[in-house]
Design a protein around this ligand. Structure first.
Ligand SMILES: C[S@@+](CC[C@H](N)C(=O)[O-])C[C@H]1O[C@@H](n2cnc3c(N)ncnc32)[C@H](O)[C@@H]1O
Length: 253
């Protein structure tokens, strides 16, 4: 969690550039439509909140995240949305308060994913929907996969994100079922993001966001340059359109 104690702007440049593109697909998966009350769990600075607000209005969106700078940014960006500083495992919302609860790129950071999903189910009314997605980290189809594969080449013992919960085929669905959700289905969500230059792709990795940013921050200057230059060699072309895939699951309460 502490790897997300960073400025919202750094997050936007690092992961927000991809997560914004997932948001409409997540809202579609959960069937979010006007008239509903919804909650965004692990909202970060608000990539998914923006999509939810466009569909149901600020007064019908609540959100939660344990990172203080992200909560502050989300509150500033969406003054009509109630944004709580809290983890998924202990949501400060009443039972049955929402028609849908969504967690975009969050389950793999939860300390206890099943407990977090159970909480999402608790705050959702019977018949409502819980939806979540996690990049295909094990399948090498995450936006960060190129970065981690170069890091692994240079250091075979690197702790990449490939073993994280929900990041392999079928696992998110298993977690949903373990949390007591019904009619669980799993699907793939695909995004494409153009990178004009290698530098534009690389620079946000040096801002300390998430496990990849922390890894860069922990390297000495020489090893960081080595990682950057090896990545440059592996970067396909300028410009480059990065395609990434997330596993997404949907279940009924
Ligand atoms: C990759 S970001 C995703 C943010 C946002 N949902 C998006 O799509 O851009 C992961 C987020 O999960 C949050 N997080 C970490 N541990 C969490 C937990 N136990 N419960 C809820 N959110 C958590 C982090 O603070 C961070 O905002």
């Amino acid at each position: 969690m502490s790897t997300f104690h960073v400025a919202a702007d750094a997050y936007d440049r690092f992961m927000g550039r991809y997560s914004t593109l997932l948001a409409p697909q997540m809202a579609d998966l959960a069937g979010v439509a006007a008239g509903q009350r919804v909650v965004d769990v692990g909202c970060g600075p608000g990539a998914l909140i923006a999509e939810l607000v466009a569909r149901v209005g600020e007064e019908s969106v609540n959100a939660a995240d344990p990172s203080p700078p992200f909560v502050q940014a989300a509150r500033q960006r969406f003054p009509g949305v109630v944004v709580e500083e809290a983890p998924a495992e202990a949501l400060p919302f009443a039972d049955d308060a929402f028609d849908a609860a969504l967690a975009q790129l969050v389950v793999h950071f939860m300390a206890d994913p099943v407990a977090g999903l159970r909480e999402m189910a608790r705050v959702t009314r019977p018949g409502g929907v819980v939806a979540a997605c996690v990049w295909d980290l094990a399948g090498g189809r995450a936006p960060l996969s190129l970065f981690w594969s170069v890091a692994r080449e240079l250091d075979p013992n690197v702790s990449d994100e490939s073993g994280r919960p929900g990041g392999r085929e079928g696992h998110l669905g298993e977690l949903f079922t373990a949390a007591g959700l019904r009619d669980v289905t799993e699907t793939e969500l695909t995004i494409e993001r153009r990178h004009d230059t290698f530098d534009e792709w690389w620079e946000p990795y040096t801002a300390g966001v998430g496990p990849a940013g922390s890894y860069c921050a922990g390297l000495g200057p020489e090893r960081l340059v080595e990682l950057r230059e090896q990545s440059r060699k592996r970067f396909p072309s300028e410009p480059f359109t990065l395609t990434a895939v997330a596993w997404a699951a949907r279940g009924v309460v």
